[in-house]
Design a protein around this ligand. Structure first.
Ligand code: C2E
Ligand code: MG
Ligand code: MG
Length: 652
């Protein structure tokens, strides 16, 4: 019963499993021509031998028909048989093959048995032999199709052996028994083979499925690795790989290739005020606008509110700049965040390939640099990276390099710019300003080397050296002069470092209240609490704190209220055009009033002309720092200046 089930399963295997049917037909189709060659040769051999004594129907027409049928089958195979089959086609071909094996086997064996009556003993042996050989030859060819092989054996060996057995001749009986036994053995072997074949196909199928799953998984991973999950735009990794690919393919391109980095202005407040869900909506909407903007712009999200664009196929610089302006314009339309209509803008930095940079990294770096300029000088607009920017970068790089190797103790010096109180016509103090003269670069502006020191992390050391030099230089100054000293946000961010500066104040022998430390508003952007802790250390010692460059940064009133300030310094940008610009005058007046109301000391920086001084006096400010009274001067000159002023005061 068990054996019978196995055989039945084997018989129906092809029907149940379309992949197996396909594999069986594919394997058999290679042998099929050989099978018909065997049939044709054996048919001709039998017909030839029986032609002299058998009727024409049996020795000519019927074999000719059989040969013709075989040839037609071979031709059909050569024409269509090698085409890939669908599942259904494979199953139906399997069925056809079984029927064909029965029909062909039946015709062949009936024909040979009919011939049997016309020959002699030799021809009868030939019939037996050829039937056996043909049948076994065909079985070997039918190896992948066990059903067909079984049917063939029954319709040939089965029929012929039965006939021989009932013939009563011992020789024939033994041959037929032998034939049946061999056929059975061949069938068993074939059965095993077809079972292994089915297993092999199933294994291959499983491997294919696993491979498909692995491929699917790896496709998914690849997508995830290259796509931004929030906006569905390509991500930073894809931005660079795509840019590199386009640079490679586009080296000989006729039209332009450029990179743009876009940063949203005013995105943080949206996130802070309306929540992250609203922020996400803004990013999704911006991504949609960018991706739909043009076929020539490949938009990606680099992270946060920063987007990277690869722009292609522009012809002139003007066209590129126009494109940049359109992209910025695109972002100015309000975004519906669900709870409100958010209004923002975006600044864009653009860099051209290969004019300004010829690798993906450099293009990005330069576009980012142009973005920095857009952000600081023309928010909401685009800036194209120029040769001038390139020179600036090169300067910054060489400053960075030299600063790293510099002998700061010897190369740094301090300069003093005096502050005058015009109402009493005397100097009240001085600001210490860092000066760096490098053997290779020569004199370098603090506006260049202070940011470089901040970038490289050497600012704390620089500040300490500067402060020691300042203390040393002012040791002999009169007690009534204050000394202002600039601190970087990076100094304020490290309370331990400020503690060290405080200890230098204590060791200096100079009264702490004479020291004013100047800070800028950006000191509080990163970590307000730590910055406050630093200021408290200085305040507790008795030092004073001034907020420098007031009016240029965020100029938040809450900073003025929440910080332990003693003084505000009005930035010189308001003084430059105070004579002609009503707005600058109004800002200066407001800050001076603010100081008066909050009882803060006020110094206006950058006063260069008598007219400016006059206006400032009219709006209530008398403490002035500027070239009109004093340019920054080196230690010895400053000492002499202090002495001369003291003499003047004594004479007065
Ligand atoms: P600041 O602290 O606002 O210093 C005032 C700057 O304005 C000085 O430039 C000074 O020379 C310049 N200035 C003063 N009056 C006038 C004027 O009438 N007209 C013009 N055109 N300029 C005037 P300087 O020395 O080049 O310093 C630039 C900036 O570098 C400083 O701005 C300060 O932010 C920074 N800095 C200077 N020394 C140090 C330092 O030791 N440590 C730190 N962290 N920063 C420093
Ligand atoms: Mg200052
Ligand atoms: Mg200043």
């Amino acid at each position: 019963m068990n054996l019978f089930r196995k055989w039945r399963l084997c018989l129906n295997a092809g029907k149940a499993n379309p992949a197996l049917a396909q594999a069986q037909m594919q394997s058999f189709s290679k042998q099929m021509p050989l099978m018909y060659v065997i049939v044709i040769i054996d048919t001709i051999a039998l017909a030839y031998v029986h032609y002299p004594f058998a009727p024409k129907l049996l020795s000519l027409y019927l074999p000719a028909g059989l040969v013709a049928l075989s040839i037609i089958r071979m031709i059909t195979y050569w024409s269509f048989g090698r085409n890939p089959l669908s599942d259904d086609q494979a199953k139906s071909r399997l069925r056809q093959m079984t029927v064909l094996a029965a029909v062909l086997g039946g015709i062949f064996s009936t024909w040979t048995l009919t011939l049997y009556a016309y020959g002699n003993a030799y021809t009868q042996v030939q019939i037996l032999l050829i039937t056996g050989v043909t049948c076994f030859g065909m079985i070997v060819c039918l190896m992948p199709l066990w059903n067909s092989a079984l049917v063939l054996v029954i319709s040939t060996i089965g029929v012929v052996s039965t006939y021989m057995l009932v013939s009563g001749k011992t020789e024939f009986m033994t041959v037929s028994i032998n034939l049946v036994l061999v056929a059975c053995v061949v069938l068993v072997v074939l059965h095993r083979y077809s079972r292994d074949f089915a297993r092999l196909v199933a294994h291959q199928q499983a491997m294919d499925t696993r491979q498909e799953e692995t491929q699917e998984l790896s496709d998914k991973n690849l997508r995830m690795a290259n796509q931004d999950s929030l906006t569905d735009l390509a991500n930073r990794r894809r931005f660079f790989s795509e840019l590199k690919a386009r640079i490679e393919t586009g080296r000989a391109r006729k039209f332009g290739l450029a990179v743009a980095v876009l940063d949203l202005d005013g995105f943080k407040p949206i996130n802070d005020i309306y929540g992250h869900a609203a922020g996400d909506r803004v990013l999704i909407e911006v991504a949609r606008r960018l991706s739909e903007f043009s076929e020539d712009v490949f938009a990606t999200r680099l992270g946060g509110d920063e987007f990277g664009l690869v722009i292609e196929n522009y012809v002139t610089d003007e066209e590129l700049i126009e494109m940049g302006a359109c992209i910025c314009g695109l972002l100015q339309a309000p975004v519906n965040t669900g709870s409100t209509m958010a209004q923002m803008s975006g600044s864009l930095g653009i860099c051209k390939f290969p004019d300004s940079a010829d690798t993906a990294e450099k293009l990005f770096e330069c576009a980012d640099y142009a973005l920095f300029h857009a952000k600081s000088l023309s928010r909401g607009h685009s800036v194209l990276f120029t040769e001038g920017h390139g020179e600036k970068i090169r300067d910054e790089r060489s400053i960075d390099r030299r600063l790293q190797d510099a002998d700061l103790e010897n190369e740094l010096s301090v300069a003093f710019q005096f502050v005058v109180d015009d109402s009493i016509d005397k100097i009240v103090g001085a600001e210490a300003l860092a000066r760096w003269t490098n053997p290779v670069l020569g004199w370098v502006s603090p506006a260049a080397f202070i940011p470089a020191a901040e970038r490289s992390g050497s600012i704390n050391r620089l500040t300490e050296i500067m402060f020691r030099k300042t203390i040393e230089a002012v040791a002999l100054w009169p007690d009534d002069l204050f000394i202002s000293f600039n601190l970087s946000p990076h100094d304020i961010a490290v309370p331990e470092h400020i503690r060290h500066l405080a200890s230098l104040v204590e060791q200096s022998g100079i009264a702490p209240h004479r020291f004013t430390f100047e800070i800028t508003e950006s000191s509080f952007m990163h970590d307000f609490q730590r910055a406050l802790e630093s200021l408290q250390i200085l305040k507790n010692l008795g030092c004073k704190i001034a907020l420098d460059d007031f009016g240029t940064g965020f100029s938040s009133l809450s900073h003025v209220r929440n910080l332990p300030l003693d003084r505000l310094k009005v930035d010189r940008s308001f003084v430059n055009d105070i004579e002609s610009d009503q707005a600058s005058r109004a800002v200066a007046r407001t800050i001076i009033d603010l100081c008066r109301n909050l009882k803060l000391d006020c110094i206006v920086e950058g006063v260069e002309t008598v007219e400016q001084l006059q206006i400032l006096k009219e709006i209530g400010c008398t403490k002035i720092q500027g070239y009109l009274f004093s340019r920054p001067m080196e230690v010895a000159t400053a000492m002499q200046y202090v002495k001369d002023n003291a003499d003047i005061r004594q004479i007065a």
